[in-house]
Design a protein around this ligand. Structure first.
Ligand SMILES: [Zn+2]
Length: 114
């Protein structure tokens, strides 16, 4: 099973970085979890987000957020539209189902012909 976080939205923030105080590098990113197995691909409703400063290459954790950052984040979160969660079954899944359904039929047929 592979789990991937796909980037759904990236917003450049005008806030000062709590680390280097630069105003040019703050970026808020929203991710959505995507799962792929042998049988299906699925977009989950699991959302994650992070704020990073591109100037000093630091991840800014919520404990470091200033009030301004929090306000901008709340605003962005409200306007963020995640992808609808969905599941898509692959061919392998349907072949598996077909086999499960076929086996009893085959057994019955063999039983009848004996
Ligand atoms: Zn910084």
């Amino acid at each position: 099973m592979t789990e991937k976080l796909i980037t759904i939205k990236e917003v450049a923030l005008n806030n000062n970085c709590p680390e280097c105080y630069s105003k040019n590098g703050m970026k808020l990113t929203f991710h959505q979890k995507f799962i792929e197995t042998k049988f299906y691909k699925s977009i989950t409703s699991e959302i994650s987000h992070n704020i990073e400063c591109k100037t000093c290459n630091t991840k800014i954790y919520p404990v470091q957020w200033t009030e301004d950052i929090e306000r901008v984040f709340e605003y962005q979160k409200k306007s963020f539209a995640p992808k609808k969660s969905s599941k898509y079954f692959k061919k392998e899944f349907w072949i598996g189902i077909a086999l499960i359904l076929l086996i009893p039929i085959v057994i019955v047929i063999i039983g009848l012909s004996l």
